[in-house]
Design a protein around this ligand. Structure first.
Ligand SMILES: *Cc1c(COP(=O)(O)O)cnc(C)c1O
Ligand SMILES: [Zn+2]
Length: 432
């Protein structure tokens, strides 16, 4: 089935400018010429995560041709170390693009932004007291454009697609990536084709259509939508933005980690609890901390990466518990937390590496536990979380009970999305 938003077709993006601010072509404003000149990428090449073979980043490329696995963007860290002052970054506009040196886009004029990143790291007051903790934080990613952290990854990938001058892109999504792709597609003026399972949430279908994207509803799950997206991309020469089947979305999500350590005064917490679907967030942050450590911008041990999944779709938990290096397809995947409904993550080996290398763990929680935690987070802290984000609170409580975590440790919960996109999970007022 093919649906087309009312505003279909190409729209030119509005260009922000005005006042005393210099204007970047797609909305980043900087106060001084100096800060504009500094904001440039130090990307050097792409590298296969299996065999290390390298590829130029100036061409359109998805997975590694050698091993058909994930490609990582690599940067000239020596040069960054010599030329860039860590502490000067905070003087820049508060979006993820303040970390441009460690992001993949060379030409600032290609950056497609809606103000993603710059989200608050909230210090928990009431939950921390209830749990007997001193250093509990919530990274509030629900404040991003389109209401989820997906905006960061899509902004990075769509910007790189602009730089490479492709005509359009395809996006398979079970939920929030669709809305983000549609919004950044509209902003960029590039043609955008979204592929979703027929039973994807209404809110995500609507946000896709309202931004004028073409919406293709596919029978089956996200894997089936992915297959169609790849085929169409190949036929049209479009960029396919499937999770970790291109190198750039993980780079955008890496910025969550860079931002978090900067907000902690360039210190890493003891543990990060993250709701894991395709794994871009964990993989990106783990990679980002390695880069910061190599730069000497932070020191110490990486936080324990703790992956929370849904009881009805937990391929990473099963693989972790089995000591396996890759996951197996989770049959009949089902959960109300759509971001976690990824039955066979393409980058499973990288997720498991990040968890094991940092002494982390993986655990599953039920949908009902997530919904209860949505109420608890909102009631205790005023944070209206997505069920995925609420799952991290459930995970925290289990791990404190099991004494895997100690209440004296510093812990960051990632609320990856806004509860406003999941209103159907909250019961309304009783009206007889
Ligand atoms: C996509 C999504 C996730 C899973 O993200 P990954 O980093 O790909 O594992 C978690 N929460 C929400 C709200 C999402 O939309
Ligand atoms: Zn390879």
């Amino acid at each position: 089935m093919l649906l087309k938003g009312r505003l279909g077709g190409k729209l030119r993006p509005p260009v922000m400018s005005g006042g005393a601010n210099l204007s970047y072509s797609r909305g980043i404003t900087a106060n001084t010429k100096e800060s504009r000149d500094q904001m440039t990428s130090y990307i050097s090449h792409l590298e296969c995560t299996i065999c290390g073979k390298t590829y130029p980043h100036e061409q359109l490329i998805g997975i590694s041709p050698c091993c058909e696995k994930v490609l990582f963007a690599r940067y000239d860290l020596d040069k960054i170390g010599k030329e860039v002052d860590r502490d000067s970054l905070v003087n820049r506009p508060d979006t993820m693009w303040r970390y441009s040196e460690l992001l993949p886009v060379n030409d600032p004029g290609s950056i497609v932004t809606l103000g993603e990143g710059g989200t608050p790291l909230l210090k928990s007051v009431n939950l921390a007291e209830k749990l007997g903790m001193r250093d509990l934080y919530i990274k509030e990613e629900g404040l991003n454009p389109t209401g989820t952290f997906k905006a960061r990854g899509i902004s990075a990938a769509v910007s790189k697609a602009m730089e490479l001058k492709v005509n359009g892109f395809t996006m398979p999504s079970a939920g929030n990536a669709a809305g983000a792709a549609a919004a950044y597609g509209a902003r960029s003026g590039m043609e955008t084709k979204v592929f979703m399972p027929q039973d994807a949430p209404d809110s995500n279908k609507k946000e896709t259509l309202v931004a004028g994207s073409e919406l293709n509803l596919v029978e089956g799950l996200i894997n089936d939508a992915g297959r169609e997206a790849v085929a169409v991309a190949k036929e049209l020469g479009f960029f396919d933005l499937s999770t970790l089947k291109e190198p750039y979305r993980a780079e955008g999500k890496k910025s969550m980690g860079l931002e978090m350590v900067q907000q902690l005064g360039w210190k890493m917490p003891d543990a990060v609890i993250y709701p894991t679907g395709g794994g871009t967030g964990i993989i990106g942050m783990y990679k980002g901390f390695k880069e910061l450590l190599e730069l000497g911008w932070i020191e110490g041990k990486q936080p324990k990466f703790i992956s929370v999944q849904a009881e009805g779709c937990q391929p990473i938990v099963r693989a972790f518990n089995a000591g396996a290096e890759v996951s197996e397809l989770w049959e009949n995947a089902s959960t109300k937390a759509d971001g976690l409904r990824v039955p066979h993550p393409f980058a499973d080996y990288l997720i498991l590496e990040a968890i094991r290398d940092t002494g982390g763990t993986a655990l599953a929680v039920t949908d009902q536990e997530m919904i209860d935690a949505m109420y608890e987070l909102a009631t205790a802290e005023g944070v209206f979380a997505a069920p995925e984000g609420a799952a991290t609170l459930v995970g925290l409580k289990h791990l404190l009970e099991q004494k895997f975590l100690d209440p004296n440790e510093s812990v960051v919960l990632f609320n990856t999305g806004s509860g406003y996109k999941y209103l159907d999970l909250i019961s309304g007022p009783q009206n007889g």
